[in-house]
Design a binder for this molecule. Structure first.
Ligand SMILES: Nc1ncnc2c1ncn2[C@@H]1O[C@H](COP(=O)(O)OP(=O)(O)OP(=O)(O)O)[C@@H](O)[C@H]1O
Ligand SMILES: [Mg+2]
Length: 263
């Protein structure tokens, strides 16, 4: 066994997500070409890349809604595509838009996942109320989505994901549509909850700030979902200078500054 293979196997033991040699092609367009990475239990990892890099496609394969053409995808030891049912309740997702049901109040939206999983009404309600409080929405339980700001609606969507107490949380550009201030406080609040409850999180984003503020590790994807850079980010939160250094490295891997970044 080569050194690389033994390292991979060691990493896989406590991995919640594991991809090995994954490939995905749409027609003649190879969107993901030979991608391998792990996300360990309790880790927060951001998958960063420019539009079209294949981030959402990778997330869809991890969710089990898209099948890989080649290679292996494992989530908590299961193949998410073939064993979709096994991951019910163990994996939760929040997207770029909140996807709330307009005719249900905040708490009714937040408890939806639990009710679908067969949780009793009272217990689902209690867990949804607690999840809303954890994202600082106590008091807004009975408001309808149209009565909430965009940031608050996104909080409800995160509460809906947290309420089922999943092992793994996947976020796809969940902070991208909000203004910078709103998105920063939401990032901070989400990270606090995620870290306190030791959730494993994979956060897909094109914003460098999402990575710098939230992640233990960043994986930068280039065209074909090729890994351009993989870097731990604990250092980025030590001081301003370290943060700037990390940012510069990520920008270089992305091939330039992102127009969408905060000044
Ligand atoms: N179901 C599909 N059928 C055909 N092509 C697809 C499909 N899904 C994605 N693609 C193509 O694959 C490429 C990668 O798309 P993907 O959505 O994964 O990128 P992304 O990195 O998430 O981009 P963004 O930052 O814009 O969300 C794009 O060129 C897209 O058009
Ligand atoms: Mg996408």
């Amino acid at each position: 066994m080569t050194m690389q293979a033994s390292t991979n196997q060691a990493a896989a033991a406590d991995s919640v997500i594991s991809l090995r040699g994954v490939r995905k092609q749409f027609g003649s367009h190879r969107v993901v070409d030979d991608l391998s990475f792990d996300v360990r239990r309790g880790e927060i990892v951001t998958l960063l890349g420019r539009t079209g890099a294949g981030k959402t496609t990778v997330l869809n394969m991890i969710m089990g809604t898209t099948r890989a053409d080649a290679g292996a995808v494992q989530v908590a030891g299961f193949d998410p595509f073939k064993q979709f049912e096994a991951l019910k309740g163990r994996l939760a997702v929040a997207f770029q838009t909140d996807r709330l049901l307009p005719w249900r109040t905040a708490v009714q939206n937040a408890e939806l996942g639990l009710l679908i999983l067969g949780e009793g009404r009272d217990s689902a309600r209690a867990k949804a109320i607690a999840a809303l409080a954890s994202v600082n929405l106590a008091g807004a339980e009975d408001k309808y989505p149209h009565e909430l700001s965009g940031g608050m609606r996104q909080r409800v969507s995160l509460a809906r994901a947290l309420a089922v107490d999943p092992e793994l949380i996947l976020l796809d550009e969940s902070f991208s549509q909000l203004d910078h201030v709103t998105s920063r406080t939401l990032r901070q609040d989400f990270c606090k909850v995620a870290r306190e409850s030791r959730k494993t999180c994979l956060i897909v984003t094109h914003r460098i700030d999402d990575a710098l503020e939230m992640a233990d590790r960043v994986i930068v994807l280039g065209p074909g979902a090729e890994i351009m850079l993989e870097m731990p980010l604990a250092e980025a939160r030590v001081d301003e200078a370290s943060r700037d250094r990390c940012r510069a490295q990520i920008e270089a891997a992305l091939g330039g500054k992102d127009d969408d970044e905060e000044a």
